[in-house]
Every structure is written in C-alpha cells, then in structure tokens.
Design a protein around this ligand. Sequence first.
Ligand code: C5P
Length: 224
Amino acid sequence: GRGRDLAGRRVVISAGGTREAIDPVRFIGNRSSGLQGYALARTAVARGAEVTLVAANVALPDPAGVTVVPVESALDLRAAVLDAAERADAVVMAAAVADFRPTGRSDSKIKKTSADPEPIHLAKNPDILAELCDRRREGRKPAPEVIAGFAAETDDVLANGRAKLARKGCDLLVVNQVGEGLAFGTPDNAAVILIAEGDAVEVPRGPKEALADVVWDLIAARLV
Ligand code: C5P
C-alpha cells in the first residue's frame, strides 16, 4: 500500500472541461467528464493530501474531504488554479481547457434570422499549464514544486507527447490514448506518463483510480 505518503502535502487538481460562452445560453465546450480529475482527488485524499479541486462543469458529487472550486470558462479556471497554486506543493492539470474563446460574448441570445449568421470570432485562451511552468522557471509565484499535465492524443502519441512536455516545461505529462472505451466519459483509462528527464511509465488499461495512483507515486517521488 501507499499509506499516507502525501500527508501534509497540498495539491491542486483541475478537472472537467471549460465552457466558453457565445451568448447567455450557448457555449463552446468539450466532452471531458471530470472522472479522471475526480479519481485523482479521491486517491490524493486517501493518501493524506490536502486537496483543492478546481472543477469545470462537472456533474459528479463532490469527493469527501476535498475543497471544490467550481468554474466555468478557461479564464475562470486560470484565476482559481493560480490562486490555489500559491499554497500548493503540486498541481495536476487534468481539465480539458478550451484553446479559444469567442470574443465579444453577446449579452442577449443570438436570434435566428433569414440572413446568414454572423461568424463567431475567437481569441486564444492562455495556456495555464505552460504559464505555471514559466512562472516557476522565472522564480515567480505561484511556483509549485511539481507540475503535471494531461494530453489526449490520437496519433504519434509518444512523439507528440514528448514535444508537448518539452514545450510546456512540466515535470510529468500523462498522455492518453483517445478512443475505444477509453478516456472521455468512461471509467477506464490507459496512458503513458512521460517524465521530463526522459523516462516513460506505461499504465495499462484499467480504472482511472489506478492511473491516478501511479501519477501520485511519481509526484510523491519528486517532492522533497
Ligand atoms: O496543449 P494541450 O491542450 O494538448 O495540453 C493539454 C494540457 O494543458 C492539459 O494538462 C490541460 O489542462 C493544459 N492546458 C492548459 N491551458 C490551456 C490548454 C491546456 O492548462 N489553455
């Protein structure tokens, strides 16, 4: 057993998927259920960690013993993660964060008219994972000791994952193989966890808790 090896550690986990408002009733979203992030939260609590779970649009009950901060958009999620990260030893970004948001969200519901619809213009969202890593490298707060991300890839999984880890500057990148009963909305996951120094840990298909425990093993080993 892993015991309470995270006792006294503060961890921040982001989970779910952001919603980027188009108008008061519509949004651009994604298929993330939050199951993997919630599994990370439950396993961290079981190992003794103090857990803040920044939850973007997740329809799951709050895990016992966890501080849940609900958010909607990528900008909300950024603010909540950066705030909680000030006091954190480790941050795990498991949320699916929208890369883009509509500019100039309409204050009233966009009407269907006989004319062609107006295009939706998009602005780039900040990359929160990369920002956390940049801040740490520059010695600016928040500077958590361990920073981990997730990446869903469909092809060239390892090469794309390795490039992404280097680009973002994080310590661990959990690369999901997307498809056939894996990842989105399912209780199971399979992944390769890439480690900054070059190693990779393969986690075979199994419950999201099992993958979460391997992530915490690797994080616990990096915490001094
Ligand atoms: O670049 P990509 O979106 O594939 O990277 C996925 C990882 O980066 C996830 O850990 C996700 O939570 C994080 N991310 C982020 N901010 C964004 C986009 C992704 O923190 N704007």
